[in-house]
Ligand binder design. Sequence first.
Ligand code: ATP
Ligand code: PAF
Ligand code: BAL
Length: 346
Amino acid sequence: MANLLTFEHGSALSDDGSRVFVDSQEEKLIENIDVQKNIKIFKNISSFRNWRRKVGSEGKFVGFVPTMGCLHEGHLSLVKQASQHCQAVVVSIFVNPSQFAPHEDLEKYPRTLSDDLVKLASVGCVDAVLNPEVNEIYPAGIPLDVEKQQGTFVEVKSKSHQMEGQTRPTFFRGVATVVTKLFNIVQPDHVFFGQKDIQQCIVIKNLIRDLHFPIEMHVGTTVREKDGLAMSSRNKYLTPEMRKVAITLYESLNETKKTFENKIRDRQSLLSPAYELVDRVTKDVESQKLGFSVKLDYFSLADPDTLQELDKIDEKGAILSGALYVGTTRIIDNILLGLNLKHIEE
Ligand SMILES: Nc1ncnc2c1ncn2[C@@H]1O[C@H](COP(=O)(O)OP(=O)(O)OP(=O)(O)O)[C@@H](O)[C@H]1O
Ligand SMILES: CC(C)(CO)[C@@H](O)C(=O)[O-]
Ligand code: BAL
């Protein structure tokens, strides 16, 4: 690596303005990623913009995968999808404070940058990683208490209060705000989000439309572990005992899916088997005294456009989703009934 200019402890600025890491642990990583695989790692928005301008002037389409890091195969599948649509792929790694409520896990959220970079390098199709500091993204600061916040925020009304929004009332405001900022910085042509966070996809679809972003959104199917558990960075929090129990959420959604496939369409008959399974597991875990508890947050059977809860599914289909606490870890999942992902994308 030529002409490194050290500018803060543990990191350096290469001559094209991209940031690389030079502490002893990561020195090898630079050779691996920055030189061999040619991933540019940007800490700084203005140096990213220089790179973006150059890529645009070469006539390349830019695909963008926003993440909070602690990458797994779900993220990598979006990266691969991006490389099929675009000549340049950007991944952001930014744990966004504004989508965490004060009681949530911002502090302990896994931050695994070195591992993430190795994974991205192994995919071989990532051109740039944007890893900004919180104060650059939020120049006015970002206290988690919404009442104390200052500056500019984005809300997608009528899509943010249902389902996930009931338990996390300011979550989608935080997501919409940071995604708007990231879209303004990255200026992508195509963006890639995962079905696992299906309501987030719907919020972003509306945001792109309402704010006239010239961006096409793609939704990647949920990548699952062998037993069916949706991959998720927060699965890291689960102990082996919790991990076994976590599959209950997907299994219960599948109970409802089987009922739907038997041509049943009314809410109560559809959701009963799911509630029964969770109830059974909740009691089992309690009686086995495993040292943690299981608690259902919600099941939702919602209209795919309005996100309103349905009493009956019609030809339009429905989003079946749920959230389950396994100990203090909250996992989410969903299955589409009678519609496909194209409907969510368009
Ligand atoms: N299992 C998965 N399959 C496909 N895409 C996924 C999967 N998990 C996450 N994604 C997508 O990756 C993008 C970045 O998500 P994020 O970094 O929050 O990871 P996460 O695993 O969802 O984390 P968390 O556990 O905090 O919800 C989002 O668009 C998300 O929907
Ligand atoms: C879209 C996102 C990166 C915004 O912080 C986050 O909500 C996520 O990882 O799903
Ligand atoms: N993947 C969604 C990020 C969050 O739950 O904060």
